[in-house]
Design a protein around this ligand. Structure first.
Ligand code: PMP
Length: 454
């Protein structure tokens, strides 16, 4: 997010010193990441930084994968692009759709491709409303989402999401979307309420919203299995099965946004499998290609697809780059790597549990830390002034930024969201990488503590 003046400076910097000297770029306040290899990114000053965010929840197989570059190269030579309109198709999206149907929960088996998670959620929103209209229930068009959710930056994505600052800038959200409480026990559980009970109560907020609107008016509920950008909010295990039961009870479609959680992050191919639920739609993007190409996939099941076909309802929809052959070729090669290297199983059986234990044993006791939590290779650290009372530092988000900046300066990239530090490393991290990351987090916390208590 740059001002015009900054953009001019950046432009000038590129022209003056293409790929060699990034001084001007640094002066406008951004860190220039020039290359990456394995689990590390490197900035223009040559600093190697362990990437605790997988780019931004994307690079599950790590950097510098020749197979992915070669898959793109081969596909570009053979057929760089053709559209998927007018009864045309190309082979790689078809192969990829089949592969995704094999990996996904049984309830979803057909695919709409796009280039971004926002596009996929936009498509999903239109599709579920169109579905109910074809079923003769056009008034069943409300969508229930959660407060503080992130579902993308298009108008539809922002409207589905529940981030207040973004809503304020919308100048009018897509109508008929309501937001209920998020399953965030650390701040929202009542005194004495067990995790299990809190999960059921948070699910009941979905039921209350359905009943209040009238089930005949509610099309769907949408949520991330684990809220990512909203601060790695991990619901109790009781939450999702109860939300699923409620959706079935009132014939409300269950939409999962797995833009962050799919393709191994939670220790299963899809987080729906981690929570044992069978959604009606799943949106994915990011790690589908490990970020090497922009690509998203919206998965739907026979219920929605069948209605589209049987009721003659053409879905007037299509993105120029939907099913882009190069992106799909890279996705296929990426899934091959994940499968061949057993990364999903590794997260489930080895690195995920080790990560949880390391956070618990090495980070949780720090004076600045209110709570640690993780699921697979997704983790969060709550920054507080007072562990016992959960009191935060003044200036929302300021303390986490101090920790983050020390972490980056000490060679670990992680993210601050509000007062929460979040981690989402590449799935190639080993136990040794986790140990190294924890060393750097402890150092960052120690340094931040000195700054914050001054
Ligand atoms: N949904 C979720 C859960 C996301 O985290 C994101 C991106 N961070 C999106 C949707 C939007 O994806 P994109 O940025 O590719 O449009």
């Amino acid at each position: 997010n740059y001002s015009l003046k900054q953009l001019q400076q950046i432009d000038a910097a590129h022209h003056l010193h293409p790929f060699t000297d990034h001084k001007e770029l640094r002066e406008v306040g951004s860190r220039i990441i020039t290359r990456a290899e394995g689990a590390y990114i490197y900035d223009s000053e040559g600093n190697g930084i362990l990437d605790g965010m997988a780019g931004l929840w994307c690079v599950n197989v790590g950097y510098g994968r020749d197979e992915l570059a070669e898959a793109a190269y081969r596909q570009m030579k053979e057929l760089p692009y053709y559209n998927s309109f007018f009864k045309c198709s190309t082979p790689t999206p078809v192969l990829l759709a089949r592969r995704l149907a094999e990996l996904a929960p049984k309830s979803v088996n057909q695919v709409f491709f796009g280039s971004s998670g926002s596009e996929a959620n936009d498509t999903a929103l239109r599709l579920v409303r169109h579905y109910w209209a074809l079923e003769g229930k056009p008034e069943k068009n409300r969508i229930i989402s959660r407060k503080n959710a992130y579902h993308g930056s298009t108008v539809a994505g922002t409207s589905l999401g529940g981030m207040e600052p973004m809503h304020k800038q919308l100048g009018g959200a897509v109508p008929n979307i309501v937001h209920v409480m998020m399953p965030y026990a650390y701040e929202l559980a009542l005194p004495g309420e067990s995790d299990h009970e809190f999960g059921l109560r948070a699910a009941r907020a979905v039921e209350d919203a359905i009943v209040e609107a009238g089930p005949e008016k509610v099309a769907a509920f949408i949520g991330e299995p684990i809220m990512g950008a909203g601060g790695v909010k991990i619901p109790p295990m009781s939450y999702w099965p109860e939300v699923e039961r409620i959706c079935r009870k009132y014939d409300v479609l269950l939409m999962l946004d797995e833009v962050i959680t799919a393709y191994g992050r939670t220790g299963e191919w899809f987080a729906a499998q981690s929570f044992g639920i069978e959604p009606d739609t799943i949106t994915t993007a990011k790690a589908l290609t490990s970020g090497y190409q922009p690509l998203s996939a919206l998965l739907v099941g026979d219920r929605i697809a069948g209605t589209l076909v049987e009721k003659g309802g053409e879905f007037y929809h299509g993105y120029t780059y939907a099913g882009h052959p190069v992106a799909c070729a890279v996705a296929l090669a990426n899934l091959d790597i994940i499968e061949r290297e057993g990364l999903v199983e590794r997260v489930k059986n080895d690195t995920g549990p080790y990560f949880a234990q390391a956070l618990r044993e090495r980070i949780a006791d720090h004076r600045l830390v209110g709570e640690v939590r993780s699921f697979g290779l997704m983790g969060a650290i709550e920054i507080v002034r007072d562990k016992a009372t959960k009191e935060r530092f003044e200036g929302e988000g300021r303390a986490a930024v101090v920790v983050r900046d020390h972490a980056i300066a000490n060679g670990l990239m992680l993210r601050a969201t509000g007062d929460t530090m979040i981690l989402s490393p590449p799935l190639i991290w080993t136990r040794e990488t986790i140990d190294l990351a924890c060393d750097r987090i402890v150092r960052a916390l120690d340094l931040a503590e000195k700054d914050l208590h001054h």
